[in-house]
Design a protein around this ligand. Structure first.
Ligand SMILES: Cc1cc2nc3c(=O)[nH]c(=O)nc-3n(C[C@H](O)[C@H](O)[C@H](O)COP(=O)(O)OP(=O)(O)OC[C@H]3O[C@@H](n4cnc5c(N)ncnc54)[C@H](O)[C@@H]3O)c2cc1C
Ligand code: FES
Length: 499
């Protein structure tokens, strides 16, 4: 299945070179999603030297596979923040997020960025009776958090009638996230940031302040891990839940659906919007979230297609894709310096286009020695490390093993001879268990099923053809290469002569 997102298929494709030298600079940024690229521009605008290293291209991660919505509230609702924290924290979150959306709008205007930025209302509603209460609760939470919300009885045509009332938050925004990030990267480069693509960081030496790629290295005063989940072992990983979610896009006639953010709760938790690119319009539907590596991915995307067909009449799909999000235990992201001395920015849930922009401003302030009022609330070291790294590894393995016991220990290995083309499984080879995939042409890829991050066991993702780790979301290609997540080392490759 082709899993290119509508953003990556329709956005600009300017490239940057690969790192093939040794450089010294003030700040090295690892990762070229919205967080890394926004930070690159922040630093360049202030005349601070920076090098950005991106493993693939600058929209490879969740940014280029998201929904492109920008809003002051949170997708899971601001009410849980009011409940878990208090009114002041909820107000601080919405204020900081409003400022981040305004910063994006200002940059679009200042740099004349063609990314379809538009202001629009956000609608939250229920598609089944069970979701009605959460809309009412969210209305009350939104008022406490200082958001100007109102309730309406109907959704605009042609959305089906909701169950109960519709919560509306006006003056939110949408853009084409891939186009925005690509053009922002061009601006950062014009203003002096050196950007390299296809330059995966293979080693982070936080003590020596060096990062290394296959063909070069960068020495810097500060290291920023803008890699969504920080690379290597970091305490925040033990506190986060990692989910994958799916997107669909179908070309439609312009003006069939109104502009806006449409979030349903109830039986289906769907996010719906339109996208206008040149002479084409697409209807986008995102949903079916599940924990990474813990569910059959084909079932998930099938379920989303069924929901999109029944609810929106989306019958023939032009684009299908998937992306990862990381949820913090206490509902707030982790932004700032962590115990390793590196800056990290993670735990954004599905709100990271705004949080990533906010994180970039916050980290730029900290690097420049300026105060940032939001920083204490989201600091990455807000829980105390109680053990050394080895202890963390052991504790995490045992927690994760009991959490997903059935999933990782009870899978039966099949004989290698039963691995037909197009199939993946755990196979037994000379008393060893291997994660094996035979492609459509019959070529066999066999790797160790033990994740190189903290030693959990990987699970096959049939939609994206990858081995996904259920513990902290590392994902690996059939040949073991790291695709995303905290792992740095590839899965150990095994060559099986004669197979
Ligand atoms: C389905 C879905 C829909 C979403 N929709 C929205 C939305 O509408 N609005 C919203 O606000 N948020 C949304 N989000 C969340 C949002 O997409 C993310 O939080 C945000 O994009 C994170 O940006 P980032 O720059 O931190 O990470 P990413 O965009 O993931 O970028 C990290 C980059 O680091 C690179 N990298 C990783 N390892 C290395 C390495 N070793 N060396 C060099 N580079 C490396 C990766 O290749 C990647 O390009 C959505 C998330 C999902 C899953
Ligand atoms: S053990 Fe942490 S991602 Fe696999």
């Amino acid at each position: 299945m082709n899993t290119t997102s509508v953003w990556r298929a329709t956005g600009p494709s300017a490239g940057f070179p690969m790192l093939q030298e040794e450089l010294t600079t003030d700040v090295v940024i690892v990762g070229g999603g919205i967080t890394g690229v926004s930070l690159a521009l922040n630093l360049a605008e202030q005349g601070i030297g920076a090098v950005l290293l991106e493993a693939h291209d600058c929209d490879f991660g969740s940014t280029g596979n998201s929904t492109g919505n920008l809003y002051e509230t949170l997708s899971r609702g601001i009410y849980p923040i009011v409940e878990r924290w208090d009114k002041d924290v909820a107000r601080a979150v919405t204020t900081a997020r409003r400022q981040a959306v305004e910063q994006i709008e200002e940059r679009v205007r200042k740099y004349n960025i063609t990314c379809g930025f538009r202001r629009c209302p956000l609608h939250r509603y229920a598609t089944s009776a069970g979701g009605k209460e959460s809309v009412q609760q969210e209305y009350e939470g939104s008022l406490i958090a200082g958001l100007s919300v109102r309730l309406e009885d109907k959704l605009p045509h042609p959305f089906p009638a909701p169950h109960g009332r519709v919560l509306i938050l006006d003056n939110q925004a949408q853009f084409h996230p891939q186009a925005y990030v690509r053009e922002l990267a061009q601006q950062a480069a014009k203003q002096g940031c050196r950007i390299f693509e296809n330059s995966m960081v293979l080693e982070v030496d936080a003590d020596e302040r060096v990062v290394r790629t296959a063909n070069g290295k960068v020495t810097a005063r500060e290291i920023v891990l803008a890699t969504h989940s920080p690379k290597g072992i970091h305490l925040v990983q033990t506190e986060m839940v990692v989910n994958r979610e799916y997107g669909l896009a179908r070309r439609i006639s312009r003006d069939t659906y109104p502009a806006g953010i449409f979030w349903s709760s109830g039986l289906e938790r769907l996010s719906v919007r339109t996208l206008d690119v040149e002479d084409a319009t697409y209807l986008i539907c995102v949903g079916e979230e599940h924990k990474t590596g813990q569910q059959d991915t084909r079932t998930s995307i099938d379920r989303l297609e069924t929901a999109a067909s029944e609810y929106l009449g989306m019958k023939e799909i032009d684009y299908r894709w998937s992306a990862q999000n990381y949820s913090a235990a206490d509902g707030l992201p982790y932004i700032g310096r962590d115990a390793t001395g590196c800056f990290v920015a993670t735990g954004f849930e599905t709100d990271g286009l705004t949080y990533g922009t906010l994180a970039a401003s916050l980290i730029a302030d900290q690097i420049a020695g300026r105060d940032n009022v939001f920083a204490p609330l989201v600091k990455a070291s807000r829980f105390e490390p109680v053990k050394g790294v080895k202890g963390i590894v052991e504790e995490n393995i045992s927690v994760m093993k009991s959490f997903i016991k059935d999933y990782i220990t009870d899978r039966e290995a099949i004989p290698l001879s039963q691995l037909t083309p197009g199939k993946a499984a755990i196979v037994k080879f000379e008393s060893e268990s291997l994660a094996a995939y035979r492609d459509a042409e019959g070529t066999l890829f066999a790797v160790s099923p033990v994740c190189t991050h903290m030693k959990c066991r990987v699970h096959w993702n049939a939609v994206e053809k990858s081995w996904d780790c259920p513990c902290h979301g590392s994902r690996f290609a059939p040949d073991g290469a790291v695709i995303e997540g905290p792992a740095i080392e590839p899965l150990r490759r095994h060559v099986l002569p004669g197979h």
